[in-house]
Design a protein around this ligand. Structure first.
Ligand code: HEC
Ligand code: HEC
Ligand code: HEC
Ligand code: HEC
Length: 359
């Protein structure tokens, strides 16, 4: 009896060793994923890093070479050029460097002629691309000057979104309502098709319009133990989850980069990054409504989405899979001209200080 049991156990042991060996071999074929603990032990706030995903992200998040700063002295662009409406505060040297940088960041293959028609005076506004670029210049200054609670000192340049091409790789516009594949059940209520926008889940495939164009409330969890008073529907919760899938994918992170999964609503248990993300949602909405929408009529039809709206910005436009765009390698420090009007950055005059009410 004892011998029989021993034999059985030995056979089982050999079997286990075999299975373990096969599993080990299988695991060795591809590099394993890495786990990094970000919260208190036992709270499950780990980040999973897949080396294959990281390699893909890293290749698109390299900051380009930059040119040395130009001479800030000398006559102002506004005094020398004819039709300068935004960057007139720069010296001619700084202005010319900015033109060269904008070309490298947005239209390196096309050159100056992408915005200035060959043979025409540089002051002409005949190309729509120049009109768009002027507004983009104002937008970039606004982001850096007024959204520092999101972009911090890293800031953004044209390159953050454009990455060397006229139309940024990651943009969105309103989708054409999709029918079910079978055509039998008709309208799919904006969901239930594996959509890239929500990381190939069946969640609503346009989580952008409600939150990044309109000001729908992201919050869906009630703040009482019993379901009293919470009027949020399952459908609204699905839209929130759609946005969350987009945010996680755009930053290359898991939910617990921002949340403690004990309570997704609770701010106390959340990471500081969740606060940055909160501002990011408002910033994307501001960019889309105050700048992008207003350009709709400037763009030719082939630059608009299928529903006729302008191509807009989401988290991925800047982040492109990285927790910080270009892994935080900002070019703004070499381009103070993109940080808003120079006058605003100057110290207040002593008279203004004296006139200010005492604290
Ligand atoms: C992505 C679009 C874009 C590209 C590419 C571009 N520019 Fe410009 N350029 C502009 C905009 C926008 C203005 C007006 C800026 C303003 O109103 O403050 C401008 C204005 C100018 C002016 C002032 C003309 C005047 O008299 O009003 C000059 C000169 C100029 N650009 C030269 C260049 C040169 C040289 C290049 C190539 C190295 C170049 N630009 C590439 C968008 C562009
Ligand atoms: C926050 C992201 C973002 C930043 C920063 C940004 N852009 Fe854009 N830009 C866009 C988007 C999105 C579009 C596409 C709109 C469309 O095609 O409907 C666009 C389109 C353009 C176009 C039109 C290209 C075409 O072929 O139709 C030009 C020119 C342009 N941007 C210039 C600039 C310049 C110059 C800067 C820096 C001063 C800049 N952009 C900064 C997001 C950005
Ligand atoms: C980059 C940070 C970030 C990531 C990653 C993230 N979230 Fe969020 N989440 C937020 C922010 C910010 C809010 C609040 C937004 C607001 O109120 O405007 C929020 C809100 C929520 C809410 C609503 C909470 C309430 O008060 O009702 C849920 C549920 C949620 N997230 C789930 C998730 C899930 C699930 C994931 C992973 C798929 C995820 N989040 C990933 C930042 C993040
Ligand atoms: C206009 C470009 C732009 C857009 C759009 C944008 N971000 Fe960011 N984001 C940045 C920059 C630049 C930083 C780096 C700031 C810094 O260095 O602290 C950043 C940083 C962050 C961080 C902090 C990461 C960390 O580890 O400290 C989070 C979280 C974040 N963004 C979430 C979002 C979310 C969510 C969205 C979409 C709702 C979004 N961002 C849209 C430019 C952008």
């Amino acid at each position: 009896m004892t011998r029989a049991i021993t034999a059985h156990v030995t056979r089982a042991g050999a079997m286990c060793a075999l299975v373990a060996g096969v599993l080990l071999l299988a695991a060795c074929e591809r590099p394993p994923v890495d786990m990094v603990q970000r919260g208190f032990r036992g709270t499950g706030m780990d980040q999973v890093y897949n080396p294959r995903t990281i390699a893909r992200q890293a290749s698109v998040n390299v900051a380009p070479e930059d040119s040395p700063a130009a001479d800030a002295n000398g006559p102002k662009a506004s005094a020398v050029f004819k039709n300068v409406k935004v960057a007139g505060d720069l010296s001619v040297g700084e202005f010319t460097r900015l033109m060269a940088s904008m070309t490298a960041w947005v239209a390196p293959a096309q050159g100056c002629a992408y915005c200035h028609k060959a043979g025409e005076d540089f002051s002409s506004d005949s190309l729509y691309t120049k009109v768009v670029a002027r507004r983009m210049l104002e937008m970039t200054r606004h982001i850096n000057a007024d959204w520092s609670n999101h972009v911090a000192a890293t800031g953004v340049t044209c390159y953050t979104c454009h990455r060397g091409q006229p139309v940024p790789a990651k943009v969105w516009s309103m989708p054409v309502p999709q029918k079910q594949a079978s055509g039998m059940v008709g309208d799919n209520a904006g969901q239930n098709v594996a959509a890239e926008s929500v990381a190939w889940t069946a969640l609503p495939y346009d989580p952008y319009t409600p939150y990044l164009s309109q000001a729908a409330d992201v919050r869906i969890i009630g703040d009482t133990a019993l379901p009293t008073g919470n009027r949020k529907s399952t459908k609204q919760a699905e839209f929130t989850y759609g946005l969350m899938m987009h945010m996680s994918q755009a930053l290359g992170v898991n939910c617990t980069y921002c949340h403690n999964s004990r309570s997704f609503a609770d701010w106390e248990g959340s990471t500081p990054q969740r606060v940055t993300a909160w501002h990011g949602i408002r910033m994307a909405r501001d960019i889309n409504t105050q700048y992008m929408d207003g350009l709709t009529r400037v763009f030719p039809a082939n630059r608009l989405g299928p529903m006729g709206d302008v191509l807009k910005v989401n988290c991925d436009t800047c982040h492109q899979g990285a927790y910080k765009p270009l892994y935080g390698a900002g070019l703004l420090k070499n381009h103070p001209e993109l940080k808003g009007k120079k006058a605003a950055a100057q110290a207040p005059s002593p008279a203004a200080v004296a006139a200010a009410p005492a604290k």
